[in-house]
Design a protein around this ligand. Structure first.
Ligand code: SF4
Length: 407
């Protein structure tokens, strides 16, 4: 194609996307060549059309990594350890419950519990864990595990994902995220994580969870594995197709999409895939946020990640297609560690909520606190509202106390 033909093809693709129409593979590929200001403006326009144009949302919750012991040994992973290796850990139930206490204290409404594929943990360990969580923290929504961990349980028990997930749901698990996706192209997966679950198994297990009515809080894309633009497009189109089918078959699909770049410096892939300069990584990240909003028009919520990219880049993402800012995340672990060492001069949760809301305000939106299903709990966030005792955590905690007092 001549340059002017290419430009008009890309311009047509933008127009189609803003009009809510589906893009072909070639049109999606063309989006990666559109000048950034036009791409960002189009993604932002679509975001304003399909989500509340005044607010950007966030949630208060926590992450608990229950074990880093893993036999999958992905080459891109700096988290896992072999069972006998220095630094290997598996949390006790008491340690997990301690972190849940901290999530409750900061006003958290959801938790994400994930780890490695640890063959030393029997299936009953998970059932007991979820029963304990439901009994002790009925108000906290529990998202847990990943398709990779469910595949590990299939191998461990000889049972299929449907039966395993049904038992986990009965025990108290509310949802499973679309994690362990990275790039859903087997050639990329085989090169970067030869024993990782295949694309077919990923979709099979995600589908089993959706069919059972388990919530799926987000589906992800991780870039920077040397994948080609065409392979990135393949990932996006596979998710779009699956979302259509899942909504049609189960009325249940991915609640949100998020993308972030892989951090390979501390991994075995470091010398094979040297990191791009930070500016280039940020530019690429923002482009993926915008392209995803235009392509995945059947996933309503698109999240900006500040923990990987920083608040400045996350703020830009909120003007380029994203409508939600990842919230407090693993603040429970940080809080607990700081309290244990007596370093809690200022409550980290309060500080973080201020930063999250500040980032949203700086992007030109009203910060709105949401629950896990994107119901709005407070249209003005929580900073500046009634604060929790002298620790001053969040208005959510204070409101819950009032609710309890009035009950
Ligand atoms: S399965 Fe997860 S924890 Fe295990 S090595 Fe791969 S990315 Fe790391």
């Amino acid at each position: 194609m001549k340059v002017c033909d290419t430009q008009s093809f890309a311009a047509d693709a933008l127009d189609r996307a803003i009009a809510g129409k589906r893009l072909s593979r070639e049109q999606v590929l063309a989006l990666y060549e559109v000048p950034w200001p036009e791409l960002a403006a189009a993604a932002h326009e679509l975001r304003l059309q399909v989500t509340d144009p005044e607010i950007a949302t966030y949630s208060i919750g926590g992450n608990i990594d229950y074990t880093n012991v893993c036999v999958v040994a992905c080459r891109f992973c700096a988290f896992y350890r072999a069972g006998h290796q220095k630094g290997a850990f598996t949390l006790t139930f008491d340690e997990i419950l301690g972190q849940m206490e901290e999530i409750r204290r900061i006003g958290g409404r959801d938790v994400l519990i994930q780890g490695g594929v640890n063959p030393d943990l029997p299936f009953g360990w998970y059932l007991e864990l979820f029963r304990l969580l439901k009994a002790g923290y009925p108000e906290i929504h529990v998202d847990a595990l990943s398709p990779e961990e469910i595949l590990g349980l299939e191998k461990l028990t000889g049972r299929n994902a449907e039966d395993i997930l049904a038992d986990l749901k009965d025990a108290g698990m509310d949802g499973m995220p679309g994690a362990s996706a990275e790039i859903l192209v087997d050639e990329v997966r085989a090169r970067t994580a030869p024993t990782r679950l295949t694309v077919r198994n990923w979709f099979r297990i995600v589908d089993a969870a959706l069919e059972l009515g388990l919530f799926n809080p987000w589906v992800s894309m991780v870039t920077g594995f040397g994948e080609t633009p065409a392979q990135r497009v393949e990932h996006l189109l596979a998710l779009r197709e699956h979302q259509d089918l899942a909504m049609e078959r189960h009325g249940n699909g991915f609640a949100a999409f998020k993308v972030w770049p892989a951090r390979l410096e501390p991994t075995r892939l470091n010398d094979k895939m040297p990191a791009a300069p930070p500016d280039e990584t940020s530019r690429e990240y923002l482009r993926h946020v915008a392209v995803a909003r235009l392509v995945l028009n059947n996933i309503r919520n698109h999240r900006a990640v500040w923990r990987t990219m920083g608040f400045g880049v996350a703020q830009a993402a909120l003007r380029a297609g994203a409508n939600d800012l990842c919230g407090t995340g693993s603040i429970n672990a940080i809080n607990a560690a700081m309290m244990a060492t007596g370093k809690g001069v200022q409550d980290p949760a309060q500080l973080l909520i201020q930063q999250v809301e500040g980032c949203i305000s700086a992007a030109g939106f009203v910060p709105a606190l949401r629950d896990v299903r994107y119901n709005i709990l407070s249209r003005n966030g929580v900073v500046g509202t009634a604060l929790h005792d002298s620790a001053a955590t969040s208005g959510v905690v204070a409101r819950r106390k009032n609710e309890e007092a009035n009950a």
